[in-house]
Design a protein around this ligand. Structure first.
Ligand code: PMP
Length: 360
C-alpha cells in the first residue's frame, strides 16, 4: 500500500507526521472559465503588509496585474470590443481591424482579445516606452506603428494618428474600428460595472474610507469613483498624479494647461519621466465623467515612485510597474493624512515585468 511504501522510504506513515504539515489554501476560484476573456477581472484585493504596518491603516491593492494580458486594461479592451459587437459594428472573423492609440497596456490587451476573437489589431504608440511592450505586441500579432512623442495638437500624436489610420477605410467602422479609450465610455463602464462592484464586495459592502489612484484615460478613476461614492457616503477619493501631468491642477484648481498654451508649461511628453500609463495634459471624456467627485490630489515624483517600488520588492516581494508605485506613494500619504485605523484602496495596475527596460 502507499502507506507501507511511504514507511519504507521515510520511516514513518504519511498520516502520522512528526511535524505539522503546511496547509495549502483552497483554490480561489474553482469554476472553469472559457477562453482568455474568461480570465479577465475578478482580481484579488490584497493587503499590502509593509505599508499597512508602517501607517497603522489597512492599505489594500487591487491586483490588476493578475489579468491575463497583465493589466487592468484587459477589462477596458474587452468592454470596448464587446460594446462595438453589440452595436453591430464589429463581427468576429470578418477581417475587421481594431485601431488604438496607446502607451502600451491597452494595446497589449486589444491585441490579445483581437487574437482570441478573430480581429486584427493596429497599435500606434509613442516610441519612448519600455521595449518589452513593443516586443509583446509583436508576439501577439499586432501591427505596431511607433511615432515620436508629440503634443495632442499635432496630427502625428499617437491617438490622433490611430484615429486617422482607422478612417482610411472611409466611414465604414466595420472594417477599421477606432477603439478610442480616452473618449469611449465603454472604458468607464468596464470599471463602473465590474471593478467597482468587485471592490465593494471585497470590502464587505463598502468598508473603505479612501480610494487613491492615478489617471491616464481616467476610466478607472471615474468608473470606480462614481460607483463607490454612490454607495459609500463618507468615501474620499484622491488622484495620484506623476511628474508633468496637468490633472493635479485640474482637480485642485479646475485649471489645466490648454494644449495651445504657448509658454510657461511643459507638456507631459516633454517631461523626462520613467512613469508610464498615467498623467496627461488634457481633459478627456473618461476623466471628466468623475472628476467633480474627486476630493483632492497628490503629486508624486519619479524618485518617490522608484523608491517605493524597491521598498515593496524588499519588504513584500511585490514587483510592480511604475503607475502602481505612484499609487502606493499616494496611498501612504493619504494614510498619514487620515491617521491610523482607516481602510485605503489603491490599484496595482501592472507588474514590473513590463517595465524592466525603463522604470526598473
Ligand atoms: N496604469 C497603467 C500601467 C496603465 O497603462 C494605465 C492606462 N494607460 C493606467 C494605469 C491608468 O488607467 P486609466 O486609463 O483608466 O486612467
Amino acid at each position: 500500500s502507499t502507506g507501507a511504501l511511504f514507511y519504507y522510504f521515510y520511516g514513518s506513515t504519511p498520516d502520522a507526521p512528526t511535524t505539522p504539515l503546511t496547509t495549502i489554501p483552497p483554490a480561489r476560484n474553482s469554476t472553469v472559465v472559457e477562453g482568455v476573456d474568461g480570465l479577465i477581472g475578478n482580481t484579488p484585493l490584497m493587503k499590502i503588509r509593509s505599508l499597512s504596518e508602517a501607517t497603522g491603516c489597512t492599505i489594500l491593492g487591487k491586483a490588476e496585474f493578475m489579468n491575463p494580458g497583465g493589466s487592468s486594461k484587459d477589462r477596458v479592451a474587452l468592454n470596448i470590443i464587446r460594446s462595438a459587437e453589440e452595436q453591430g459594428i464589429l463581427t468576429p472573423h470578418k477581417g475587421s481591424t481594431v485601431f488604438e492609440g496607446t502607451v502600451g497596456s491597452t494595446g497589449i490587451s486589444i491585441a490579445m482579445i483581437a487574437r482570441a476573437k478573430g480581429y486584427k489589431a493596429w497599435i500606434v504608440m509613442p516610441d519612448d516606452q519600455a521595449q518589452e511592450k513593443y516586443q509583446l505586441l509583436e508576439k501577439l500579432g499586432a501591427h505596431v506603428q511607433k511615432v515620436r512623442p508629440v503634443s495632442i495638437i499635432d496630427k502625428n500624436q499617437f491617438v490622433n494618428l490611430a484615429r486617422v489610420q482607422a478612417s482610411r477605410f472611409g466611414d465604414d467602422k466595420r472594417v477599421g474600428y477606432f477603439a478610442d479609450q480616452f473618449e469611449n465610455e465603454a472604458n468607464f463602464y468596464a470599471h463602473y460595472q465590474a471593478t467597482g462592484p468587485e471592490i465593494y464586495q471585497q470590502t464587505q459592502g463598502g468598508h473603505l474610507d479612501a480610494l487613491v489612484l492615478g489617471a491616464g484615460t481616467g476610466g478607472t478613476l471615474s468608473g470606480l469613483t462614481c460607483y463607490l461614492k454612490a454607495r459609500v457616503a463618507h468615501l474620499k477619493v484622491f488622484l495620484a498624479d506623476p511628474q508633468g501631468s496637468g490633472l493635479y491642477n485640474k482637480v485642485k484648481y479646475n485649471t489645466m494647461y490648454a494644449p495651445t498654451e504657448k509658454e510657461g508649461t511643459r507638456r507631459r511628453h516633454q517631461v523626462d519621466t520613467v512613469v508610464e500609463g498615467i498623467g496627461v495634459n488634457r481633459l478627456t471624456r473618461n476623466f471628466d465623467l468623475g472628476r467633480r467627485l474627486v476630493d483632492d490630489a497628490y503629486r508624486v515624483t519619479d524618485e518617490e515612485a522608484v523608491k517605493m517600488s524597491r521598498f515593496l520588492v524588499r519588504e513584500d516581494g511585490l514587483f510592480l510597474g511604475s503607475s502602481s508605485a505612484v499609487n502606493c506613494v499616494a496611498a501612504v500619504r493619504v494614510a498619514r493624512q487620515l491617521g491610523p485605523g482607516h481602510v485605503i484602496v489603491t490599484l496595482l495596475n501592472d507588474s514590473g515585468q513590463r517595465h524592466l527596460t525603463k522604470f526598473w
